[in-house]
Design a protein around this ligand. Sequence first.
Ligand code: FES
Ligand SMILES: [Fe+2]
Length: 349
Amino acid sequence: MFLENYWYCAALPHEVDARPQRRVICNEPVVFYRDTKGKLVALEDRCSHRQAPLSIGEIRGDNIQCNYHGFVFDRDGACVHIPHQDTIPSRAHIRAYPVTEKWGFIWIWRGEAAKADAAKIPHLPWTNDAGRSPVYVYFYVKANHQLIADNLLDISHADYLHSDTLGSKSGIMGGPQPDKVEFRTWQEGDEVHSFRKLTNVEVASYPKKWGNFTRNVNRTNIQMWEAPNTVHVHLEFENDENKILINHDHIMTPETDTTTHYFMDFTRNFGLDGNQYPTDDDIYDEQHSVISGDDLPMVEAQQENINLCRGVVDVPVKADKLISAVHRHLADMYLVQDIPVPSYVLVQR
Ligand code: FES
Ligand SMILES: [Fe+2]
């Protein structure tokens, strides 16, 4: 069971064209396509006649035809043609989802259609900023969506898991320590925020190259989590040589309870001329290699252990303050929607 009345990120715009494309979102099969005007359509991917997936059917103008016995559905899910008969039972209609494109992502609304309001889509204005360049990445992950969010909410892992690429060596026992570590979390309505700053810390290879840093930096992470499961990260690396800014937004959409569609934009204010390092392709390759190489194998391995070792509980530490705050808030949100709190939302009150 997943939170309702939210926009869930469903695809990157280039993934959906005039051909039907199936994607399971929150345990529901959905077929996406673009109509003759290029407008997005999202329907239940299940023909009402005998449950065949419509995604293996054909697009007919703005409609979609099932490939089994030929029922046709329009973009609102109404069944508009049944071969060899004139009457169409209303039970033959299928569900249509509100769907829209914003900030370089395609979003689908799960819940009451009348409440779908584009203003409720997570706010990512930096992706449109003339002085920035966004790079978009999609990952398919064999792990629960909250494990991926928890990985991002606990940014201290960067100093250990990514000590050679993104973080510093300060997570390693005996490694060089920053002069100061500040970390605080707070809540604003349904958003959970955190601020973490490491002063005078070693800089790992990627940010070193991005900012041409030769000396230690101050590294600031300002994060915000919002429902159903988006983690916004504003990251700054700064010393007297340079200051660089990155917004990276991580949007986790459950496919099932143990698999996730993970979308990300990485929006930077450096390397924008398109010719010199880092180009968009460099950033794409680096992010792909760090996330696919470090984070995803870790969360998938956690998921395997969780599947085997039912009932185990985590041991939270100081660095987990943001995870705990988000889990507490999520537990309340599930209760408000009358959904049993899932076991992966561990609540430490
Ligand atoms: S299952 Fe689709 S028309 Fe029969
Ligand atoms: Fe990571």
